[in-house]
Design a protein. Sequence first.
Length: 232
Amino acid sequence: MITNLEILNFLNLINERLGRAYRLSGKNPLPKNFSMDKNLLKERFYLNQMAEKINYPDFIYQEKEKIKNYFKNSIKNIKKIEKIIKNCDFSDEFLEKLQTYFEIRLEITKILIKEFKNQRFDEKDAYQEIYTLNPVLSNLMPELFSEHIDVKSLLDDLEKKYQLSYLEKLQIIEKKQQKKNQQKQLENVSLESDKNLQKSKKVEKTKQNPAKIEKNLKKNVKIKENKPNKEK
């Protein structure tokens, strides 16, 4: 099997389990015409940054078996949505984004459900794995974990909501970055100022040295002149 490095690297950016599955079995949830351009890569990096802050749902603090049922609910709901999603009024680009997201989320959720029996399994980490696949969609569709959902209501204006939410989160990231850049600039200015101050002191010290040397010379000469000569 020939491994496409673009696909492998992009899958690893989303979730390392996906990259591992692709490397071992060739399983690829990305679109057939996938090509990793700059815009797609930039969007992925932004999504990863958007996942830094997570508000966990109440069910994640319940008993393990109950939490597992919520994960199973999400699988049933996603499969239900996948059957009708093509009939929704979405752009081709957003439809492809949704289809890819749901396929990836199904894959990850199925793997996580199998790991519930592991004693070291952490339910919060599992939820985080799903959330980080796409934080914007995770926030817009928390109902996917519910036993009963209104699919029509969930999908209404979803594309518009997604765009608005993504831009809002992007602005927060950019503001944080601007603040970091400004802080870095201030630190650089302060550092440069300190360097200039040290340089100025060094120059001033150099200027003072000749005068000091001359003064010491005169002092030495005066001492010699006043010193009595020894008789032969």
